[in-house]
Design a protein around this ligand. Structure first.
Ligand SMILES: [Co+2]
Length: 365
């Protein structure tokens, strides 16, 4: 498939210095101590759709803070109160002995492009076992990351923890250098998480023994308000109910028909830009678009041996649209309201579905 730019980019103002306008950033910080509106995005998919992230700009900005940090897009009309904080930490190193996907060196997922448009693959028994292994490892790493989520932690600290836990398992952190993405996890948040503020979303994607897994959860950080609690419960149940219909013969388009009514009934909206996707020896593959909204025209029937993700992004309120920062990958809600997301990697079995990334549930009550 082609990775065209989203029309949302056209709304982004131009800067005097073009080198600033398309930098890659991944850290964001809350500008104030008021309850924070955080948005999450499947950053892996932002990259998939939007093309390559750009090298960060490390130059001087007049708006630099006393600690040397700065907002690289001071003129951008941000929604919500989350802001980028530069400079980014240096790219983390993966030891040479760990096998890596094709894009690890130059950022280009060539094999994904080659196989675009192919029907979904049915995995052999051996491949299914490899998917079980890599998904179990991803769950272990995500749980380690979750155990470090607390007020005051930075997303960069979580990235370091995930990177270390991943390479300790002889796995490669799949997001690293995927279309030149600079980090080992996709996380969206506040660089420094405040007590009584936002949920934090964390993605863990591993590559091990030739196969990828994909998993994400949103966590409360400190005390969160009732709206945020409702959002987390709704997002989790959107995913859980959608998984229940998965079995041989079920239609991919019906997933969205389960999810959107649950979101609406709880005063929430379903993001349309980002979708579930096939995953196996490729990070993203056929079926490339598994929509989470009702009126979709996704084609295809589930068959035993297929592996794919479901990962609905649910926004508080009725606005499902999203907008992107000039860094080429950070997605936020257009109205600055909170958003949450949960994702699992699923295997269709002869009789139903196996949640390959299943694990202990966070208490969302
Ligand atoms: Co995914």
């Amino acid at each position: 498939m082609q990775f065209g730019r989203n029309p949302a980019h056209r709304q982004i103002p131009r800067y005097e210095d073009d080198s600033i306008a398309w930098n890659a950033s991944w850290e964001a910080i809350a500008a104030s101590e008021t309850p924070i509106l955080m948005s999450t995005a499947a950053a892996d998919q932002v990259l998939r759709r939007f093309g390559e992230a750009k090298e960060p700009y490390y130059g001087h900005f007049p708006s630099s803070g006393q600690d040397g940090t700065y907002n690289p897009f001071p003129n951008y009309n941000f929604t919500g109160s989350v802001r980028p904080v530069y400079p980014l930490s240096p790219k983390r190193v993966v030891p040479d002995h760990i096998p890596r996907p094709d894009y690890a060196e130059d950022g280009r997922p060539v094999s994904e492009a080659k196989l675009a448009g192919q029907p979904p693959r049915i995995l052999s028994r051996e491949e299914q076992n490899k998917m079980r292994t890599v998904c179990r490892l991803a769950r272990e790493v995500l749980d380690i990351a979750a155990s470090h989520v607390r007020p005051g932690v930075t997303t960069d600290e979580i990235d370091a923890i995930v990177h270390q836990a991943t390479i300790e398992r002889n796995a490669y952190p799949s997001p690293l250098n995927y279309r030149n993405f600079l980090k080992s996890i996709c996380t969206y948040v506040l660089r420094r998480l405040l007590a009584s503020s936002p949920p934090m979303d964390s993605y863990v994607t591993l590559y091990y023994d030739g196969y990828h897994s994909d998993l994400n959860e949103t966590y409360p950080v400190g005390e969160i308000d009732e709206d945020a609690k409702k959002l987390l419960r709704t997002s989790r149940s959107c995913l859980d109910e959608a998984i229940k219909i998965c079995m041989p013969g079920a239609l991919f388009r019906d997933i969205g028909k389960v999810i959107e009514p649950i979101a609406r009934a709880n005063g929430c909206a379903t993001v349309r830009t980002y979708t579930g996707h096939g995953i196996n020896d490729l990070f993203h593959c056929s079926p490339t678009n598994i929509p989470h909204y009702s009126k979709n025209k996704a084609v295809g029937t589930m068959k035993a041996g297929m592996v794919f993700t479901i990962e609905p992004m649910i926004n508080l309120g009725s606005n499902w649209d999203d907008i992107h920062w000039p860094d080429n990958w950070t997605a936020t809600t257009v109205d600055g309201k909170k958003s949450a997301q949960f994702e699992d990697t699923l295997l269709i079995t002869e009789t139903g579905v196996e949640i390959l990334t299943a694990g202990k549930r966070t208490d969302l009550s």
